[in-house]
Design a binder for this molecule. Structure first.
Ligand SMILES: [Zn+2]
Length: 100
């Protein structure tokens, strides 16, 4: 079965859609928006997508209501750590059950 996936630069990993989820329409799953702005020291930086907060995908509730309006960076850091652990588990289980 072909899996739809995107490379998420904020999470530095490929992300897959779970049931009821869709890729962020703003960043197309990358979690980051191309920024033409430079920081004060002249280096370019990754701009976290304000729609998905860097996660690259939204579930159907979030598509309608948006991500929770908390500080995107704090939210992202906490969610990334939590989701990463869960995603790895889920993907391993999924691989095992699907490939069998
Ligand atoms: Zn996004």
């Amino acid at each position: 079965m072909k899996k739809d996936s995107r490379y998420n630069v904020m999470l530095d990993q490929r992300i897959f859609l779970e049931k009821g989820e869709e890729f962020c329409s703003k960043c197309n799953g990358s979690g980051s928006l191309a920024s033409r702005h430079k920081s004060y020291n002249g280096k370019s930086y990754k701009l976290t997508c304000p729609k998905c907060l860097g996660m690259g995908k939204l579930d159907w509730i979030e598509v309608i209501r948006g991500k929770k309006p908390v500080d995107p960076f704090i939210f992202w850091a906490a969610e990334a750590a939590k989701n990463l652990a869960k995603q790895i588990d889920d993907e391993i289980i999924k691989e095992i059950t699907e490939e069998a």
